[in-house]
Design a protein around this ligand. Structure first.
Ligand code: UDP
Ligand code: MG
Length: 319
């Protein structure tokens, strides 16, 4: 059965879910009273991102009981960014809020967000105060990432701010028109602009289940952000190359002088090896970086969809 709630929602909450079965009851228990209190017309869009547990079955039950809980089921796991994108595409609310289903984005903040939105802000960011609950390594690598990307990129990506934010319908409509397939959401959100305000919060531990991010995924994610939002890594090689070419002229002059003054010298193995290895290394790194961009261009050019919806429940007019 595909029951449909006909009222146009004021608030859309978007929760991408990957193996969230354990925490799902708690999620709805927390979120629904808050939405009820804020608005008469809301929707929660849950995106089942190829979960291997019974998340989908649980969502179906919830949808049967309350058609304001809508479900998008992906054909496989496409990643959190794709889930958020799908939810945004399908949403109809005047205010749209992506939220983590594990309650690490405290739903109580929705009150404050909606308040700010009603004051007239088009975007309300939720920024984490500190990262005390993260490991030392995660905290510092995140810090380095934000430093690096803000030094290189012309958009100002807010620090320690995830996808948890409120966006006005106007912002969402612009967002939906962006064609890029690499969805580095925090960057894209920041690139859009609009009058923005920030509220601060402490991020709690995951309520149930476990994080699906390992360090390799985080590293690839950081690279997505950097390569999607700056072309600086492509351009530095010109300068580095120029620097080394000039240096090699100077070195050649030194060698000529030495030969003139002291005659032909046979040794030179060390300097030759060092320069070959060093330049070889630099060339490989620069090739790799070009590869990262070419790979992304290739992905964009193929134009494959960001996600595939196998089934959707509760949408009157699927986008
Ligand atoms: N998530 C998803 N697809 C994935 C990985 C995660 O939809 O491939 C969802 C997950 O269910 C949760 C949110 O994205 O609602 C955040 O994931 P997680 O808690 O693993 O990330 P962390 O909080 O550690 O950054
Ligand atoms: Mg989490």
């Amino acid at each position: 059965m595909n029951s449909v709630s006909l009222s146009v929602p004021e608030i859309s909450l978007i929760a991408p879910m990957y193996n969230e079965s354990e925490g799902i009851d708690k999620f709805f228990q927390t979120v629904i009273p808050i939405l009820d209190e804020l608005s008469q017309h809301w929707e929660i869009i849950c995106v089942n991102d190829g979960s291997k547990d019974d998340t989908l079955a649980r969502l179906r039950d919830y949808h049967e009981r309350d058609p304001r809980i809508k479900v998008i089921n992906f054909s496989r796991n496409f990643g959190k960014e794709a889930g958020t994108t799908a939810g945004i595409d399908f949403s109809r609310g005047q205010a749209v809020i992506p939220i983590d289903a594990d309650l690490q984005d405290p739903p109580e903040l929705i009150r404050e967000m909606v308040g700010k939105w009603r004051e007239g802000y088009k975007v309300v960011l939720a920024t984490r105060n500190a990262r005390r609950e993260d490991t030392w390594f995660k905290r510092n690598s995140a810090l380095m990432f934000y430093r690096l990307i803000s030094a290189m990129s012309e958009v100002d990506i807010p620090k320690n701010t995830g996808d948890f934010r409120l966006m006005d319908r106007q912002v969402v409509d612009v967002l939906k028109q962006l064609p890029e397939k690499t969805r580095f959401m925090k960057g894209i959100f920041a690139w859009l602009g609009f009058p923005t305000t920030t509220i601060y919060f402490d991020r709690p531990q995951r309520f149930a289940g476990e994080t699906s991010w390992n360090y390799w995924k985080l590293w690839r994610f950081a690279l997505d952000g950097i390569f999607a939002f700056t072309t600086l890594p492509l351009q530095v090689w010109t300068y580095l190359g120029a620097f080394f070419s000039l240096g090699s002229f100077v070195y050649a002059a030194v060698l000529i002088l030495q030969t003139l003054l002291h005659g032909v010298e046979v040794p030179g193995y060390a300097s030759t090896m060092v320069s070959i290895l060093f330049l070889g290394g630099i060339q490989l790194v620069s090739l790799g970086i070009i590869g990262e961009y070419v790979g992304r261009i290739y992905k964009e050019v193929k134009g494959r969809p960001i996600y595939i919806v196998q089934e959707s429940l509760g949408f009157y007019d699927p986008a």
